[in-house]
Ligand binder design. Structure first.
Ligand code: PGA
Length: 254
């Protein structure tokens, strides 16, 4: 099993004005410095706070990501943002296919795949989100749903260097309910098995980081991160609390 450096990514969603974003980013940068070489850190503010986060993290060992991008590099798409624009600012990551975008904006697997391909074209790493709803889990369809999303959302030719997967059970997002480490590990292992089929280059699927997301916080992070195929976390609510986010980062670097 190749060593995969854990990645802790903060998804701030539609929160933070620039001043607060700068302060939160600076705190994340300090926490990242304390685990340098053992864990990586990324914060994903809303578009309007990207510049503040980037400025606060100048010289710090933490990256900045956006929460969405358009598939095209430019054009008549009012209100959208191209991956190239994010890369030019200094972003390193972009989240694509978060369940809130799949639900709020009707994003399909094909749309998510096009966005992930755009991220790679621009030199960004895409954090591609998948996850089942409660009804799907209760119907025993978790693995089938996640497999369909992985097959449909990960672009052809994806490599570990430009792709991170986030498994986020929809019923666990923002609810305080977390998948048990064993349940999450089972889905992560299935995702990696599917990637082993779909990522053609040898060794890529084994090197891809698969993050868990959904009410991950200081008191459950260590247990989740101890699982063999859980390579970090995509943290929503707890990433808006500097102390809680630092504690999750510390757990990843332990
Ligand atoms: P949560 O959000 O940690 O608040 O559950 C995770 C996410 O939606 O990325």
């Amino acid at each position: 099993m190749p060593a995969r450096t854990p990645l802790i990514a903060g998804n701030w969603k539609m929160n933070t004005l620039p001043a607060e974003a700068g302060a939160l980013a600076a705190a994340a940068g300090e926490a990242a410095a304390a685990v340098f070489g053992r864990a990586e850190v990324c914060v994903c503010p809303p578009f309007t706070s990207l510049a503040a986060a980037l400025a606060a993290l100048q010289g710090a060992p933490a990256a900045v990501g956006a929460q969405d991008c358009h598939a095209e590099a430019s054009g008549a798409h009012t209100g959208d943002t191209a991956a190239e624009m994010l890369a030019a600012m200094g972003c390193a990551y972009v989240i694509v296919g978060h369940s809130e975008r799949r639900t709020d904006h009707g994003e399909t697997d094909a749309a998510v795949r096009a966005k992930a391909a755009a991220a790679r074209r621009a030199g960004l790493t895409a954090i591609i989100c998948v996850g089942e709803t409660l009804a799907e889990r209760e119907a025993g369809a978790t693995e089938a749903v996640v497999e369909r999303q992985i097959r449909g959302s990960v672009p052809e030719g994806a490599r570990a260097a430009d792709t991170v997967i986030a498994y986020e059970p929809v019923w666990a997002i923002g609810t305080g309910k977390t998948a048990s480490p064993a349940d999450a590990q089972a889905v992560h292992a299935h995702i990696r098995a599917v990637l082993t089929e779909t990522m053609s280059a040898a060794g890529e699927a084994a090197a891809v980081r698969i993050l868990y997301g959904g009410s991950m916080k200081p008191d459950n992070a260590a247990g989740l991160l101890a699982e063999a195929d859980i390579d970090g976390g995509l943290i929503g609510g707890a990433s808006l609390d500097a102390g809680a986010f630092a504690a999750v980062i510390k757990a990843a670097g332990a």
